[in-house]
Design a protein around this ligand. Structure first.
Ligand SMILES: *[C@@H]1O[C@H](CO)[C@@H](O)[C@H](O)[C@H]1NC(C)=O
Length: 158
């Protein structure tokens, strides 16, 4: 996979005219079997996201990279992941990533306006990626339920 170009992408993201109603769709991963694309669903900001490898092996952690500028301080941070099926949102995963006095990650406690770059492992407790085409929505929000990161994923697995 090509080297991940966070900085140029990020600059592009931030200085793109704010009048855009929809962010462009970015491809994270594409091989013969698996295609993963995403689009930011945060109205004000695009998102830079990448993975090390496109081949998913059950039980193995994947390394992800995520870069964004915070629009809100994150003393607490939670993630909600949902499957979008026939227009319905089905929650599949929820976790608190940052707690007020117990920062688990280096980005916990970062302030509004700060740049976040996270590179690290994410373990998916999945037997495998389901076959077919499906959409997943991921949202990270802070203690006041302000959206910190929002992304819609389009996945095709053959
Ligand atoms: C996924 O979302 C895209 C864009 O909203 C839509 O065109 C597509 O039909 C969706 N796919 C599924 C399987 O729901």
């Amino acid at each position: 996979m090509k080297a991940f170009k966070v900085v140029p992408v990020l600059l592009l993201l931030i200085y793109t005219a704010a009048s855009i109603t929809r962010w462009p769709t970015h491809t994270i991963c594409k091989n013969n079997n698996l295609e993963v694309k995403y689009r930011s669903c945060d109205p004000l900001q695009d998102l830079a996201l990448g993975v090390d490898s496109c081949s998913y092996v059950p039980g193995i952690v994947i390394n992800i990279r995520i870069a964004t500028i915070l629009r809100y301080t994150i003393n607490e941070l939670s993630v909600d992941i949902s499957l979008i099926l026939n227009g319905q949102t089905i929650p599949i995963y929820a976790k608190q990533l940052c707690e007020q006095n117990h920062p688990e990650f280096q980005f916990c406690g970062k302030k509004k306006g700060e740049y976040i770059y996270y590179e690290g492992p994410v373990s998916l407790n999945m037997e495998g990626i389901p076959q077919g085409e499906f959409n997943i929505s991921a949202q990270l929000f802070n203690e006041n339920r302000n959206t910190v990161v929002c992304a819609d994923f389009f996945i095709r697995n053959r």
